[in-house]
Ligand binder design. Structure first.
Ligand code: 4NP
Length: 156
């Protein structure tokens, strides 16, 4: 059975769409057969495209995320995805609270998959300046690489 990974932040317009994009690139590079999506624990940006600053940093790194649209985490996600990966501890705590009793998804933090950065958050860039989005891209890329390598070794 293939894996399926859902990346979750608060708004689903900054960090998790970037994590989705970085992981999609890495999965393609490693030829992983994996379903990839992202969502927010909050509902304010349902139907919205990614923040223009997130679109810009993705574009600077060769990825077009303009067609993505925000959506909120739902109970069925906990059965549909093998892995649900939160961008920070607050969202991980909310995921644990939202998880239905029959959840089958493995919950983790994105940076748990990066050696030496276990337990760390990908900082929320929404209220900061443009530079914050470069930090986000660097962090989600490291997380995507670590997670993809971990899934590949699980499969072997
Ligand atoms: P994200 O960033 O969780 O990385 O998508 C945020 C986007 C919107 C809000 C907060 C964080 N907001 O409060 O609307």
């Amino acid at each position: 059975m293939g894996y399926s990974v859902l990346f979750v932040c608060l708004g689903n317009i900054c960090r998790s769409p970037l994590a989705e994009a970085a992981f999609r690139e890495e999965a393609r590079r490693l030829k992983l057969d994996v379903v990839i999506d992202s969502a927010g624990t909050g509902g304010w940006h349902v139907g919205d495209p990614p923040d223009p600053r997130a679109q810009a940093v993705a574009r600077r790194n060769g990825v077009d995320i303009s067609a993505l649209r925000g959506r909120q985490v739902k109970p069925a996600d906990f059965r549909r995805f093998t892995h649900i990966v939160a961008l920070d501890e607050d969202n991980l705590a909310n995921l644990r609270r939202l998880a239905p009793p029959d959840t089958t998804a493995d919950l983790s933090l994105l940076l748990d998959h990066v050696e030496g950065r276990e337990g760390q958050a990908v900082a929320d860039p929404y209220f900061g300046d443009d530079d914050g989005f470069d930090v986000t891209w660097t962090d989600v890329t490291a997380g995507a690489q670590g997670l993809a390598a971990a899934l590949r070794s699980l499969k072997a």
